[in-house]
Design a protein around this ligand. Structure first.
Ligand code: G5X
Length: 437
């Protein structure tokens, strides 16, 4: 398009713009709106990035030690940690070759060498690779049968769940299995069923944790477990169905004010104070693990990675959790306790303000490195939050777990006094869920 302007100084009053017809016109961009995905299709990239929503990013998956990485993943991981001195590089190469040929003795030595010499560099990838290979060789069919038998002795029911449940509809997929909604034939009650294939677990023994631990600790702000079944090679956990869905939808689609945030925090902290007093650690607190009912009740869910500490074993060591929410001590491979949930809750508070956790635009391992090495994250626009809220989050995001506030301490914090009633959370749900409420 040409823009011609007549601008003779002595004719200012008659200043005129004459616009020609388009010349040399090319139609290179065609954008449409796809009603199914509620998204624009074919936008130029620079526009796309302007319109991107926090919720557009795929949800990051938890890491659990025991996952067997491919050699390519090991290399990518090592590279992500920056330059490795030449001599070390050779050693890595050798050790990968040894693992490939399942040289068990060498592999065991590798674990020790990794842990003593390299600290974080060994991270889960390396030693789990080894442990998994060890287990696969040593374990096999017998070990699986034993595991299955042990699990069948702890499930609450031994009949076929299909006689009581019908109308299964898949509602989600987690890292340990799929989740369905189903209906109880007798009562018409809607339930959620988490189905986990025993053979597809990164760490099978975690299945025990969820079932055994959650059976014993019912709480108003924890998703209630009803029954457990062993259905062929699957563990089924039947639980309360929470209709409102995950807090993630709220934080990515709506603006929560401080009274909403305080209400969610208060409910989570009540549940965490109770769990922590029993030595139970959730280990994967994030908005995805918080469900909202259609009455605005807040429930902690997904205890698939939980653990329990006791006076004899007061600390855990394995690398478990979702990178952006992980506490620094977990990433640094230090023994840790229930305090890790408080850090994650602090990160979740940033999610509730900004729609996503800190460092979310960076890849997971890079983010983990920042959490490990930098001062605690804070709000991008700290001046936009109240000073009570700021001090509250500052007490949760303390790097030293001994200095970090406990769930009990946070429950006393003045910030929680402004908590809104549950019904106000319902208003948030209504903002984007027109069908349910
Ligand atoms: N709307 C529930 C779980 C909770 C304590 C033992 C894990 C998902 C998903 C999931 C969706 C639900 C459940 C209920 C709705 C999940 C769990 C759990 C427990 C007792 C079992 C994952 N990934 N839900 N209602 N969603 O999509 O640990």
């Amino acid at each position: 398009m040409l823009l011609r302007r007549c601008c003779c100084n002595n004719e200012r009053k008659r200043l005129k713009a004459s616009i020609s017809l388009p010349t040399d016109f090319q139609h290179t961009i065609h954008t449409t709106f796809d009603p199914d995905s509620q998204r624009f299709v074919g936008l130029p990239p620079q526009w796309q990035s302007l319109l991107a929503q926090p919720g557009d990013r795929p949800r990051p998956k938890p890491i659990v030690e025991g996952e067997e990485p491919s050699d390519a993943e090991v290399w990518t991981f090592l590279e992500s940690l920056g330059p490795i001195p030449d001599d070390e590089f050779v050693e890595y190469r050798t050790s990968i070759a040894q693992l490939g040929s399942i040289d068990l003795r060498a592999a065991q030595l590798e674990i020790q060498w990794q842990e003593s010499e390299l600290g974080l560099r060994s991270l889960s990838f390396y030693d789990t690779l080894t442990r998994n290979r060890l287990r696969n060789v040593e374990g096999g069919a017998d070990e699986f049968d034993t595991f299955r038998r042990q699990l069948s002795s702890i499930v609450s029911r031994n009949d076929d769940p299909h006689t009581r449940l019908e109308k299964f509809i898949k509602i989600g997929e987690g890292s340990t299995g799929i989740v369905c909604k189903a209906v109880e034939k007798m009562t018409g009650r809607v339930v959620a069923v988490k189905k986990m294939d025993l053979r597809k677990q990164q760490r099978r023994e975690l299945l025990f944790n969820e079932v055994v631990i959650m059976r014993d600790y019912p709480h108003a702000h924890i998703v209630q477990m009803y029954d457990t079944y062993l259905v062929e090679d699957e563990l089924w956990v039947v639980m309360e169905y929470v209709e409102g869905g995950a807090l993630t939808d709220v934080v990515t689609k709506m603006r929560m004010d401080e009274s909403h945030i305080a209400a969610v925090c208060k409910a989570c902290l009540k549940a965490l104070a109770y769990l922590h007093s029993q030595g139970v650690i959730h280990r994967d607190i994030k908005s995805d693990s918080i469900l909202l009912s259609t009455t605005g009740q807040v429930k902690i869910s997904d205890f698939g990675f939980c653990a329990q500490v006791c006076p004899e074993v007061p600390k855990r060591r394995s690398l478990v959790g979702t990178p952006y929410w992980m506490a620094p001590e977990v990433i640094s491979r230090l023994p840790y306790g229930p305090e890790v949930d408080i850090w994650s809750l602090g990160v979740m508070m940033i999610e509730m303000v900004e729609g996503e956790p800190p460092y979310f635009n960076e890849p997971p391992l890079q983010a983990m490195r920042r959490i490990r090495d930098m001062l605690p994250p804070m709000f991008k626009e700290a001046h936009k939050v109240s000073s009570k809220f700021l001090t509250f989050v500052e007490r949760a995001l303390v790097r030293d777990p001994l200095q970090r506030a406990s769930a009990f301490e946070l429950l006393q914090h003045p910030f929680l006094k402004q908590a809104a009633p549950p019904s106000s959370l319902l208003t948030l749900l209504k903002g984007y869920r027109h069908s349910v409420c």
